[in-house]
Design a protein around this ligand. Structure first.
Ligand SMILES: [Zn+2]
Length: 246
């Protein structure tokens, strides 16, 4: 599953800038039945951070003296984590794993949108399936599309607040602070963006694949036929797409 099987820890750890944290690269998108496993792996490694300057020793990075305390753990979780990746926002929300994992993929921009297909060398007219006017990128689809905006605005009026969405999925989740909500409403608030992402993606796929005339559906058929006739094992459409392009 990993892009490079013999990678050193330093190669999958980004020590600088906004993206500080683990940066595993996977060879393909995951199947539904693999998502639980991957989620558990990611939750495990997120607890560890790489300190390059110092000699190896066990320290707790959330407190100043390096010793563990429950208080430091609590304040770390309250702040939404130390990294600039919205891990806490994604994995602490009480949503099904596949919903959380989709948000995780979307935050990394690793969702098979038409833009991603174009980057892989496919020539297609990139049009958002929802609004049929803008180009389909993950941020357009999940945040800025006028059809998606209806859903966001409905959410904000349900909670009785006005809110400005950030430019990207990642920054939207990073800024998704529910501190001003009561304890019970906060849980719903934390789940809300992940639910919208998932609902929009499901609807997008229904529109994309429900119509026989769309080329993506044909691609899917091709994948099935190739699997049957060439004994090529591609467990997902994404790996098949990569294989064609290789
Ligand atoms: Zn759109």
């Amino acid at each position: 599953m990993s892009m490079s099987k013999n990678a050193w820890v330093s190669e999958v750890w980004n020590p600088v800038g906004d993206g500080i944290g683990w940066t595993p690269l996977f060879a393909r998108a995951f199947n539904d039945w693999e998502i639980d496993l991957v989620e558990r792996l990611l939750q495990k490694i997120q607890a560890f951070r790489v300190q390059r300057e110092e000699e190896d020793r066990v320290i707790w990075t959330a407190s100043k003296d390096g010793a563990f305390s429950v208080r430091s753990l609590y304040s770390m979780m309250e702040l939404g984590g130390l990294s600039m990746f919205p891990s806490e926002r994604i994995w602490r929300a009480r949503v099904p794993p596949k919903v959380a994992f989709f948000a995780w993929e979307a935050s990394w921009g690793k969702v098979l949108t038409q833009e991603q297909l174009q980057r892989r060398g496919f020539s297609l007219a990139n049009r958002c399936f929802l609004c049929l006017s803008e180009e389909e990128t993950v941020d357009h689809l999940l945040l800025h599309c006028i059809k998606t905006r209806v859903l966001w605005n409905l959410l904000f009026s349900l909670f009785g607040i006005s809110w400005t969405l950030s430019g990207t999925v990642k920054t939207t989740l990073l800024g998704w602070n529910g501190g001003f909500m009561g304890k019970r409403r906060k849980k719903a608030w934390q789940m809300a963006p992940l639910c919208i992402f998932w609902s929009v993606w499901k609807e997008r796929n229904r529109l994309a694949f429900g119509d026989e005339d769309l080329s993506l559906q044909r691609l899917n058929n091709l994948w099935f036929w190739v699997r049957g006739s060439l004994a090529e094992s591609h467990s997902s459409l994404v790996s098949f797409v990569d294989w064609i392009g290789s």
